[in-house]
Ligand binder design. Structure first.
Ligand SMILES: *[C@@H]1O[C@H](CO)[C@@H](O)[C@H](O)[C@H]1NC(C)=O
Ligand SMILES: *[C@@H]1O[C@H](CO)[C@@H](O)[C@H](O)[C@H]1NC(C)=O
Ligand SMILES: *[C@@H]1O[C@H](CO)[C@@H](O)[C@H](O)[C@H]1NC(C)=O
Length: 530
């Protein structure tokens, strides 16, 4: 065979392995969309046809894209919570509460603030969006007739899960959060003796008192699932579905969970066969920096560079906090690249460069980068692990504190609480990470090697499993049906009660017969005496 023909045949067979399918996507807007889009790019490059739901008020999800065609649902409200004002006021309230951390007042205010956010206005928008899809018969008929192969959604807001059930499509989740907290807790056995609950700020080694607290923290999220975020969607389930389902059971019934978790980050825990770990799937090699950035970075000499960014919506924490950072940075021999929005701090040193935007991945991949100062969102954390850069965490809200706790437990990070931060505490934490005698850098390099040492890249794995579910029209053989059991059966309480009843019965029988024996003995003796 001529080499050309071989190449032609080979490429033909390569092309035909990716039978292209039709994928319907119901994303969550905001930072979650940035994640979802990476998956969609990979699916698009494999030749799949992608359709994306978006709200007319969407910020991030554009109507026109070479990757997908969109279905726009007309809405008045934003679809979810990440609007600037809501987040800013949530952040400010969170910081006020954190100042009283450890008190009972702070405990209740923390959950009140959280429940307000997740049960509030943003939530109504998400519910309305699903309702208007269900109410549009033309749209539903079109969707039904198109013959989609797969439904891909992020269940942090579970509208997509409801729609997938209505259209009876195989369901794949791109997930870490569900309305009741971290996804694993609703899927796999999660002993609270060594699995820290979200917001507990504990590691996987908990002494007795922490374990008591851990159960309480977990209880609060179970309460949120059933009484705060669940009820609004229950109305939709009752109205449109004849079978007895709710959002939680529909999420648990998904064919596959693409879990945005990697065990170089998360504590080891029990899991399920239909969970595929894709944590760090956004990781990619760094590209060269622009010439002015490169020049700045090189000018740091042997001391290297500190990189600081605190997320898209949370950049401005107020002037005092910025001044503290600026004066600590000014006292260091390193150069500092700081993504800062707002007024320039007065104490800014000539070693610090303020920028409105950073090519974060490229900077973290630069050999001169020594420390990454971050709020602890997972995107940044996985980029730091990917490139082996130790972390100084300034956690603000949501899961960020728990995320940094995980890195600290691996010996690759320090935490500074922004509400208690002083020039001294910030400086000593930074100095400690920068100290070449301390093992932060080696630990992070080791963690990075572990993260890379895999049979398949996380993104390739995600694509493989999505196509797997398409090829087989679902993956029910991987899914445990535990969620159909009533709670007393799940914990075998009915069996235990039964065993207990039998035991009691036997003891009772023994007692009764002993008594009968005893009585007859006495009677015999009496009759002998007489
Ligand atoms: C229903 O969906 C169709 C097709 O997407 C769209 O043209 C129409 O405007 C929608 N109707 C309403 C009331 O939203
Ligand atoms: C979708 O179409 C099938 C027949 O092609 C029909 O049986 C089913 O009820 C339709 N489902 C919905 C949700 O309209
Ligand atoms: C930066 O500031 C330090 C001390 O404040 C000074 O010694 C140094 O010369 C300055 N460097 C430049 C390039 O201005």
């Amino acid at each position: 065979m001529s080499p050309v023909l071989v190449i032609l045949l080979l490429s033909a067979s390569l092309l035909s392995t990716g039978d292209s399918g039709k994928v319907l996507v119901f994303p969550v807007d905001g930072s979650h969309w940035l994640n979802m889009k990476i998956l969609l790019e990979a699916l698009h490059s494999r030749g799949h046809e992608i359709t994306v739901f978006r709200s007319s008020t969407s910020w991030y999800i554009s109507e026109f894209s070479p990757l997908y065609t969109s279905i726009t649902i007309a809405q008045e409200q934003p679809q979810n919570i990440e609007s600037q004002e809501v987040m800013t006021s949530f952040l400010q309230r969170s910081m006020e509460i954190r100042q009283n951390k450890g008190t009972l007042w702070a405990f209740f205010q923390f959950y009140r603030n959280l429940f307000n956010l997740f049960g509030g206005a943003g939530k109504k928008g998400a519910v309305k969006m699903v309702t208007s899809i269900f109410e549009n018969e033309t749209l539903i008929r079109q969707l039904n007739e198109t013959g989609y192969d797969l439904f891909l959604t992020d269940p942090a807001f579970p509208g997509g899960v409801l729609l997938a059930h209505y259209l009876k499509l195989p369901l794949v989740l791109n997930v870490r959060w569900i309305p009741g907290g971290e996804g694993h807790f609703s899927l796999a056995p999660s002993p609270l003796s060594y699995i820290p609950a979200v917001f507990s700020h504990f590691s996987d080694k908990m002494p007795f008192v922490q374990r008591i607290h851990n159960i309480i923290f977990h209880g609060m999220l179970v309460y949120m699932q059933y009484f705060v975020s669940g009820p609004k969607y229950r109305v939709i389930c009752d109205k449109y579905f004849r079978d007895d389902v709710n959002t939680l059971s529909l999420i648990q019934a998904a064919d596959l969970w693409l879990m945005r978790v990697d065990f170089t980050f998360e504590f080891p825990r029990p899991t399920m066969p239909n969970v595929i770990y894709i944590g760090g799937f956004q990781g990619k090699p760094s590209k060269p920096l622009s010439s002015d950035l490169e020049e700045f970075v090189q000018s740091s000499g042997e001391h290297g560079v500190i990189v600081m960014t605190l997320g898209t919506l949370l950049s401005d924490l107020g002037p005092e906090v910025s001044e503290t950072f600026a004066s600590v940075f000014a006292s260091l021999p390193q150069k500092v690249l700081w993504r800062h929005i707002g007024k320039q701090p007065a104490a800014l040193g000539n070693n610090t460069m303020l920028v409105k935007w950073l090519p974060q991945n490229d900077i973290l991949g630069h050999p001169k980068t020594k420390v990454f100062i971050t709020h602890g969102g997972t995107n940044g954390i996985y980029e730091a692990i990917y490139h082996g850069v130790p972390v100084l965490g300034i956690p603000l809200i949501f899961d960020q504190y728990d995320n940094i706790i995980r890195l600290k437990a691996r010996g690759v990070a320090e935490i500074v609480d922004v509400t208690k931060m002083t020039v001294d505490s910030l400086k000593s934490a930074l100095k400690s990470i920068l100290d070449p005698e301390k093992p932060y850098k080696q630990n992070m390099v080791k963690l990075s090697q572990l993260h890379h040492d895999k049979p398949m890249k996380p993104l390739d794995s995600a694509v493989f499993w999505i196509e797997y579910v398409m090829r087989h029209r679902g993956a029910p053989h991987l899914r445990s049906e535990f969620y159909k059991l009533p709670w007393y059966a799940y914990y075998c309480l009915d069996v235990m009660a039964f065993c207990l009843a039998i035991m009691l019965l036997i003891i009772l029988l023994i007692l009764v017969s002993c008594r009968a024996c005893f009585n007859s003995l006495i009677r015999n003796r009496k009759s002998k005496l007489e």
